[in-house]
Design a protein around this ligand. Structure first.
Ligand code: SF4
Ligand code: SF4
Length: 226
């Protein structure tokens, strides 16, 4: 899922300076699960932004609500009506959600309250770890289901760098070396031979190197999707 972190409150306050009626909108999807941008966080941010201590003049009027998913135009239109008089929306969605909201509500300004950080997963409560950078050409088949692009600090594709410190990355003792993990898992699977394969030079264009990406619905083998 997409992981995001709420921006520092000073930055948010500066970003809404000059607006008098703000609507805070949380998103009920990824950022809700990672406890940064859901309905609960929208209500909490609303309470915080109503405090006079943040302003030299009178605080703006603030309302808060949420949408099931801000990255789908149909859901935005179906689930939300912007109250009359709103002069800016503060979105707690990821960057895709903010941009979809901006499209749907144009010309109303839609301001991000989150920094979108990575695609990750949670293995323990309250902790999310980066797992994927959306490279568009997944190689997990050959690496035991561990992504060396996202999880090796140097995104190495052909084995460890030589700086491995025990089982950790030389960059930090808090980061497990992805290549140690890959080799250990492939060993447990008796599949180390996967690392001996010769692959064509990697095509990075599906990762966005050929410009912004669009995905159109398709089925198995490129058949029309349903
Ligand atoms: S290889 Fe690419 S698509 Fe697969 S997990 Fe890594 S970044 Fe994501
Ligand atoms: S120590 Fe491991 S994870 Fe760190 S850069 Fe080298 S190969 Fe990658």
């Amino acid at each position: 899922m997409i992981v995001g972190d709420i921006k520092p409150i000073e930055e948010i306050v500066a970003s809404i300076c000059g607006y008098e009626n703000i609507l805070i909108v949380g998103c009920g999807s990824c950022v809700s699960v990672c406890l940064s941008g859901g309905d609960r966080e929208a209500q909490m941010l609303s309470q915080e932004l109503k405090r006079k201590v943040h302003y030299e003049n009178a605080p703006p009027a603030i309302a808060a609500g949420s949408i099931l998913r801000q990255c789908e135009l149909d859901l935005i239109k179906a689930y939300h009506e912007v109250p009359a008089g709103t002069d800016a929306v503060l979105s707690l969605a990821c960057g895709a959600g903010v941009q979809t909201m901006a499209e749907a509500l144009d010309p109303l300004p839609v301001i991000p309250a989150l920094n979108t950080t990575f695609l990750g997963a949670s293995f323990e409560p309250g902790v999310w770890q980066e797992m994927c950078v959306g490279c568009g050409n997944c190689l997990l088949t050959y690496t035991g289901g561990i992504c060396p692009i996202a999880r090796c600090s140097k995104s190495l594709l052909h084995g460890p760098c030589g700086g491995t410190n025990g089982r950790n990355c030389e960059v930090s003792p808090d980061i497990p070396c992805a290549w140690v993990q890959i080799i250990e898992r492939l060993s447990r699977q008796n599949k180390l031979d996967l690392l001996s394969g010769i692959h064509a030079a990697r095509d990075w264009r599906p990762g966005g190197e050929a410009g912004p990406r669009i995905r159109r619905r398709t089925g198995i083998g490129g058949s029309p999707g349903i």
